[in-house]
Design a protein around this ligand. Sequence first.
Ligand code: BG6
Length: 485
Amino acid sequence: MTQQVDRHLFVIFGATGDLTRRKLLPALYRVMNENGVADRTVILGVATTQQSDDEFRAVAGQALDEAGLMDTDADAWCSHRVFYEPIARDARNFDALAKRIHDIEADMDLPGHRAFYLALPPPAFPGVIENLAESGLHHSARGWTRLVIEKPFGHDLGSARELNYLVHRHFDESQVYRIDHYLGKETVQNLLTFRFANPIFETTWNRDRLEAVEITVAEDLGVGSRAGYYDSAGALRDMVQNHLTQLMTLVAMEAPSGFNADAIRNEKVQVLESIQRIDPHNIVLGQYTSGTLDGHDVPGYLDEDGVAAGSRTPTFVGAKVHIDSWRWQGVPFYLRTGKRLPMPTTQIAVTYRPAPVCLFHGTPDACPISPNVIVLTLQPDEGFEIRFELKVPGVEQVISKPMSFDYGDEFDVIPDAYQTLLYDVMTGDQTLFVRADEVEASWALWDPIIARTDLAVHPYPAATWGPAATNEMLALWTDDWTMRG
Ligand code: BG6
């Protein structure tokens, strides 16, 4: 759907970084091509590297090439709508940048709407925010100003609060877009449609009918070249506090009063505030050791480049969470995420209570009857599946069969998460961004667990589903439930 986008300048801090090259530039180009905003946006890359517009245009061209997007239109886009401005590492203000912004706006006939995207390491956020304000760039006399902040937003509750405080000294919350790229994934957004446009599911989506909810984000990749960041973050901060918690709130929230940013975010915050303090006994941490994945030997976490000797950083988390609400009382939410698991998959499995009696008493093959399960696969192979029971013809035997829907069979293109999120920044829609109170409520939930440095970190071999302790402690899980369907 294409909405009205004001002509604007899109400023990227961290323009020479990996995120800009791999995600932002290709996504911006896609927004321009596919969302019909080709003549509405001009890009200004900002970083400490000294280089010219043309040098940055070559970088942008390479990024589009790597993303398979390079053609004559892309080439023309890079040459005419992409600019670059260097800043000093220890800059005390952005006066020179402000002048360049005004010059580009005058040359390109832009009315003064601006987005500032902080694609930077977190320690750089405060300085850039202060400098924007110091040079009067936190608002524009003639148009809107929006601030987009990459994750991680803080590394605990205290630092998230401090960052919110600083942001709010200079920006109104209505200007702020905190990124969690999971919210940009099409199938994650579809969760709300799946629930609230299908009464057949929603009327059973509660403690009366459901046994458990299981959310898995499994990756087969290891920590790769990111140990510098990851070793001080670990899976709780890197995946659980943000992505898995966001998925949980979308599965658990009440119907919003409207499909708008505040109505939806109010409901998500309510879920977070209803969660009982997480019991450390309901947490399993793990760290991968070496193993064989897809026929290749892969190193253990401790042997990865940049990981501190003897590091106890968890690369796996299993957790059992209880939401204290009328809807969810007594229904455990199991969360699981890890690196170097056997396959990459993001799934939500909702298990129903089993039938109260078995139809074929005394027939061992038929009883007990397996519960119905709805499995939503968010990536890859997006789709959903309902497991139901049926009788085998001619014998008294009940078996489980799937009914499934595969996105790929029906739709050609699923937009990239960043494309969706960047377009929303341009249209001013905050629905898929994390609000200040939401990010703090999420940290408040996980902080006490993150602080427990005494929790055991169990080794698990690469290409397995995490430590055996997960199944022992979180009894519902079995080794193969992610493979359902
Ligand atoms: C990022 C984490 O936020 O999400 C990474 O920092 C992780 O460690 C990535 O690999 C997973 O995202 P996706 O979109 O590949 O599921």
